[in-house]
Design a protein around this ligand. Sequence first.
Ligand code: NAP
Length: 279
Amino acid sequence: MSEPGVPLAGVIGYPIAHSRSPLLHGHWLRSYGIRGHYVPMLVAQADLREVLAALPKAGFVGVNVTIPHKEAVLQIADVVTDRAALIGAANTLIFRKDGRIHADNTDGHGFLASIEQQVPGWHPPAGPAAVFGAGGAARAVIVALMEVGVPEIRIANRTRARAEALRSEFGSRLVVHDWVQAGAMLEGAATVVNATSLGMVGKPEFKVPLDALSPRALVCDIVYNPLRTGLLEAAAAAGCTLVDGLGMLLHQGAPGFERWFGVRPAVDEATRAAVLAAP
Ligand code: NAP
């Protein structure tokens, strides 16, 4: 239990030690002189419901949710935003004073805000987007791209059925390409997004051929470890505009922080440095 008036928030997942959210929110709490705490919590699937019921009683005002609980929390929350329902996952919970749990997904906001900050002239309706991946992050990216008026969203995923399922759900603005010919999606694509885990430390490299990539394309890799992925290196060599994955991570945290602690935090160089400080 916290001291009265000292709000607590945190992140629940399994595993949780890798999460950078405590660095991010800790930085914001210090920057704004807020007497609150943000803690990582290792929560097993079997304990999820019980933990979420108990946290508000211990002074928690909300939590971020990470793997593997992002889908399961939708069944436990009392109120689910349309966006979280559409994406099929939540990453931000608010414990309301009336005892109800409110679930939202801010990954799409983080994705868009990061691009808008790093590339102010980005004009989503200008041309098709090519998205690699059909997992949880890809769903958030696709919903966001649809919201801002991207006319056609091409997707390719190793497991094609997952991409086809997205098309059935989100409609004909999505065009499914085969993973083995995923490079063909790049022809005329204005926005290119890697939403797979390829290129991440410990995972295989992203090896889709990039011959069709236009130098006018904006290329975003949502993988942020390493910050400069193989895809971004190749896109830089092709003369593209680059957006790394760290901005998305930082911006997705801002709405939760504002709801829990009452201040809309800035996402600036100091924020990036704080999160990059740890190995
Ligand atoms: P996920 O639901 O597990 O999806 C993983 C995706 O990667 C799937 O499309 C999967 O394809 C694909 N994939 C994995 N291994 C592959 C391989 N060897 N070859 C081809 N495709 C492969 O994970 P997620 O939550 O969407 O996260 C995806 C990545 O985004 C992770 O690296 C995560 O760290 C990053 N992310 C970043 C942010 C941010 O704020 N920057 C936010 C969320 C996620 P299959 O369907 O065929 O398995």
